[in-house]
Design a binder for this molecule. Structure first.
Ligand SMILES: *Cc1c(COP(=O)(O)O)cnc(C)c1O
Length: 434
């Protein structure tokens, strides 16, 4: 293997979710196009993760590149209070038109976690503005993940393991099992019956729980949650940061259950992996609770880079591509191919489950999977197993041949693990995260 480039060392950069004492050097990427990452030594990797689930149209799509370049030449950023720019206002209107029901009021921010913070602020202040000041808690679900900032950590299942260091500091959320069947539905109802007077909202990742282990539930589960929120007069926050923009098979996962949440969080694929941007979108009745003659009723939030013009231009260009290119058909084809090509893993000793929803394919193992990362790079693919799961979330533009390269690598690496590693003691504990 070639020497790393001279700028690559860990003297000054602190890596995400990494034990810096023995963190391996990351792979230097010099460019990317379509589904391929080009490394400094000339090797190319087929990307099976879409850069933490963002690059839905692949890398360097000419339409998005052109839109960002044009916007950069005109106006990269301007503060969003007192000043306005067309890309943000157009994007807000387009998101409102695409989202179900009367999810019409768009509040921009710059990351998924912050969009969750804003959704929680909206939900808590919604009740406060209506005089119901006892409603200060939020119910979340086991295995859920909603981000790394403090309130987002508070509604993340502590067992997900990314936030152990903050136990005792972050207020524990009320955690419930997902109502995947009538019995757990009844249990949720009972819990809500008891807790509703102190609750402001319920937060859920619809259909696929991401960083908590890529667990999947059906549309009926989501419909049960909506119905329970209606019965107990609670706001429903759908965290579609991972599922939004086609990943689950429909543009938004909530559509599959014909559910309209009261607040939706969007980020990850919003700009197709080009620039940081997020949106918290509220229904009309939520927005209405903030209106009035007193300034104190207003939503008190305003990030410096709110509605960055470059990011909004990228997001508009990404939405163009959902209109002009057959993305959802591609997702359906990816889903069918993943189901077919990952299925052989199911019979391997130590494989707990194989599951697919939209362009998300998962092979769950009986033991930690993070140790398998280097085996994928050796096979020319970029996959990053975490916890007990090996998973693939390719850009939607992946062709059948490249997708087969990804699933073949998964089947081979999991088969090797099943033959050998499954019988050995694993050094590292399951602290590895996404
Ligand atoms: C990634 C993610 C977040 C956090 O988004 P960041 O941009 O990393 O802050 C929140 N919720 C879900 C479901 C996510 O997948």
């Amino acid at each position: 293997m070639a020497e790393p480039p001279n700028w690559l060392n860990l003297d000054h950069v602190w890596l995400p979710y990494a034990q810096m004492a023995d963190a391996p050097l990351p792979l230097p990427v010099v460019s990317a196009a379509g589904v391929r990452l080009k490394l400094a030594d000339g090797r190319q990797l087929i990307d099976g993760i879409s850069s933490w689930w963002t690059a839905c149209h692949g890398y360097n799509h000419p339409h998005i590149v052109a839109a960002v370049q044009k916007q950069a030449a005109q106006l990269s950023h301007v503060m969003f209070a007192g000043l306005a720019h067309e890309p943000a206002y157009t994007l807000a209107a387009r998101l409102a038109a695409l989202l179900p029901g009367d999810l019409d009021h768009v509040f921009f921010s710059e990351s998924g976690s912050v969009s969750v913070e804003i959704a929680l602020k909206m939900a808590l202040q919604f009740w406060r503005n209506r005089g119901e000041t006892a409603r200060r808690k939020v119910l979340a679900f086991r295995h859920g993940y909603h981000g790394d900032t403090f309130m987002a950590m508070a509604v993340t299942d502590p067992a997900v393991g990314m936030h152990d260091s903050f136990r005792g500091i972050v207020p524990p959320a009320l955690l419930a099992e997902l109502p995947t069947a009538a019995a757990t539905g009844a249990a949720l109802d009972e819990l809500l019956e008891r807790e509703a007077p102190q609750l402001a909202a319920v937060i859920v990742e619809p259909l696929v729980q991401g960083a908590g282990g890529l667990r999947m539930h059906d549309a009926a589960t989501l419909a049960r949650i909506r119905a329970a929120c209606d019965r107990h007069h609670l706001l429903l926050i759908a965290d579609e940061i991972m599922t939004g923009f086609g990943r689950s098979g429909t543009l938004f996962a909530c559509e599959q259950a014909a559910v309209v949440p009261d607040i939706v969080c969007l980020s990850k694929a919003l700009t197709a992996g080009t620039l940081p941007l997020a949106a918290t979108v509220a229904r009309r009745h939520v927005f209405a609770a903030f209106l009035g003659s007193e300034f104190g009723r207003a939503l008190m939030h305003g990030p410096t880079f709110m509605a960055n013009a470059l990011a909004c231009a990228a997001a508009n260009a990404s939405l163009d591509l959902f209109e002009s290119e057959p993305r959802l058909a591609q997702v359906a084809a990816i889903a069918a191919q993943l189901a077919r090509e990952l299925e052989p893993c199911r019979a391997l000793p130590g494989v707990v489950d194989v599951r697919v929803k939209g362009a998300v394919g998962v092979v769950e193992l009986a033991g930690p999977a993070a140790g398998l990362r280097s085996a994928f790079v050796e096979r020319g693919v970029w996959l990053r197993p975490f916890g007990n799961v090996v998973y693939v979330m390719p850009p939607f533009v992946v062709d059948a041949t490249d997708l087969t390269a990804l699933t073949t690598a998964i089947c081979e690496v999991v088969a090797d693990w099943s033959r050998h590693a499954a019988h050995e003691a694993h050094g590292r504990e399951a602290h590895d995260v996404v």
